[in-house]
Design a protein around this ligand. Structure first.
Ligand code: NAD
Length: 483
């Protein structure tokens, strides 16, 4: 991999400020999903080494929590500056291991860095309260204190930003972190560790452990010294980690799967809405928890909408993310392609219509040609499951009550999109949609100042915004009596 600074491509775990081999000699290959080329190898740590990371974090916590908030802020801002200064290398690493087009990878670096800057400042505002006393001659109040060691388990679809969104909040709050990135995309996490070290974040405060996912997670969940667990990934694994965290009663935050509805009102210009829906569906080749999976279009404009969607979709270029003009990269691996094919086959067997999506045109084994299905119904897998592929399903609806029922007909509740200019309809849908985030007439909705998270089986807790740091803070109540 050609980088301006080759030292950013690390192939060891990072524990207690040291680059670490696996004691058992186990390792895993990291593969470019676009070409199948092996990019490098990462070691798998053994159980004792994972516990060693907890020891290191425990020791380092004493000093880190004692720093003033503005001192922690300075280290985080130094980290932010280094991420920005190395943006191009970080983007290349991401495109190679994840597959997303280089401009999207640059965008993710920018997005990921923005959380570091936000939380660096937010750490200075973790205010406690003064409480009017109900006890004679007493002063009452609260202090905010760091919760302790935080384990951060992250997915491969956003290999950098899903780490900074958690780690920056935890570090600013005074907590050390142990990051377990996805095995498919460890190099972005390790490059972040290299930059954290250069930024003067002390040994033991930012650790990256690598290993067999179930093994590592089980150890971190069982450790009573790990006080918080923040996970982004599938609902299936999230449930498992919640269960594993119960014996030690951890603070658990879960950012899980989504199955976003994209509702188009009858008043909308079908072309404008279709272009927005394409943008909301095909980011990261559909491997996005915010992807518009269930496109619900008013029957009066359905056919026009579908025609515009199909022509916009046909203009998307599928290919290696390093090449210019590519809009969609590969899926992460072959199983993802198989899953997408099975979802399309299931829909067709139940009466959906394939408008576009000829898989014989795929430029390689991990690629899935953007696909448009119409006549999608709630019985189909494409409706029920998060497809995590460039497969868009369209359903026609008759009125607002029907579309609310359809939109909420899923176990997920992460994000919903609404396209209409009718203020009454906007308000009605906004109130009725069972989602943690609702975006009206905008594809872009996330960023550091806003709370990101879901309801139902899309998760627990919020990241970002003025509440994101609370996931890493305890409230200590005090009563000063006999004053
Ligand atoms: P995943 O659940 O398979 O993996 C996530 C992490 O958990 C990885 O680090 C993985 O190594 C680890 N893991 C996998 N199996 C495990 C096991 N048995 N025990 C413990 N840990 C295990 O998810 P993924 O495929 O990497 O990511 C895609 C999922 O992430 C999608 O469902 C997507 O919606 C979700 N996601 C959610 C958000 C959000 O903010 N809500 C953001 C991005 C992705």
């Amino acid at each position: 991999m050609k980088l301006n600074d080759p030292r950013l491509l690390r192939q060891h775990a990072y524990v207690n400020g040291k680059w670490t081999h696996g004691d058992g000699g186990r390792e895993e290959a990291v593969v470019d999903p676009a070409t199948g080329e092996t990019l490098g190898h990462i070691p798998w740590l053994e159980a004792e080494q994972i516990r060693g990371a907890v020891d290191a974090a425990e020791a380092a916590f004493v000093h880190w929590r004692a720093l003033r908030a503005d001192e922690r802020c300075e280290r985080l801002l130094a980290w932010y500056d280094l991420i920005q200064a190395n943006r191009e290398d970080l983007a290349i690493i991401m495109t190679r291991e994840q597959g997303k087009p280089l401009p999207d990878a640059r965008g993710e670096v920018e997005y990921g860095a923005s959380f570091v800057r936000w939380f660096a400042e937010e750490g200075k505002r973790t205010y406690g309260e003064t409480i009017p006393s109900h006890i004679p001659n007493a002063a009452l109040g609260t202090l905010k204190e760091p919760v302790g060691i935080a384990a951060l388990i992250t997915p491969w679809n956003f290999p950098l930003a899903m780490i900074t969104r958690k780690a920056a909040a935890a570090l600013a709050a005074g907590c050390p972190v142990i990051v377990k990135p996805a095995g498919e995309t460890p190099f972005s996490a390790l490059a972040l560790a290299e930059l954290a070290e250069r930024a003067g974040i002390p040994a033991g405060i930012f650790n990256v452990v690598l290993g067999e996912p179930a093994e590592v997670s089980e150890i971190l969940c069982a450790e009573a010294r790990v006080k918080a667990l923040s996970f982004t990934g599938s609902t299936r694994v999230g449930r498992l980690l919640l269960e594993q965290s119960a014996p030690t009663v951890k603070r658990v935050s879960l950012e899980l799967g989504g199955n976003a509805p994209f509702i188009v009102g009858p008043d909308m210009d079908p072309r404008e809405a279709a272009f927005a829906a394409v943008a909301a569906k095909f980011q990261t080749a559909g491997q996005d928890c915010l992807a518009a999976n269930r496109i619900l279009v008013h029957e009066s404009i359905h056919d026009d909408f579908v025609a515009h969607f199909a022509s916009r979709m046909a203009a998307l270029t599928l290919g290696n993310g390093l090449e210019p003009e590519v809009d969609l990269g590969p899926l992460i691996h072959g199983q993802a392609v198989d899953k997408a094919s099975a979802i399309v086959d299931d829909a067709l067997s139940q009466g959906a219509t394939l408008v576009a999506g000829d898989q014989s045109q795929a430029p390689g084994p991990n690629f899935f040609v953007p696909t448009l299905l119409t006549g999608v119904t709630p019985k189909m897998k494409v409706w029920r499951e998060e497809n995590f592929a460039p497969v868009a399903g369209v359903t026609a609806y008759g009125d607002d009550d029907e579309v609310i029922e359809l939109a909420n007909d899923t176990e997920y509740g992460l994000a919903a999109y609404v396209y209409t200019h009718d203020i009454r309809r906007i308000w009605k849908l906004l109130r009725a949609l069972e989602y943690g985030m609702v975006s009206v007439n905008s594809v872009k909705m996330t960023g550091p100042p806003v709370p990101f998270g879901g309801v139902k089986q899309s998760g627990l807790g919020r990241e970002g915004g003025n509440t994101g740091i609370d996931e890493y803070l305890e409230t200590k109540y005090y009563c000063l009596g006999a004053l």
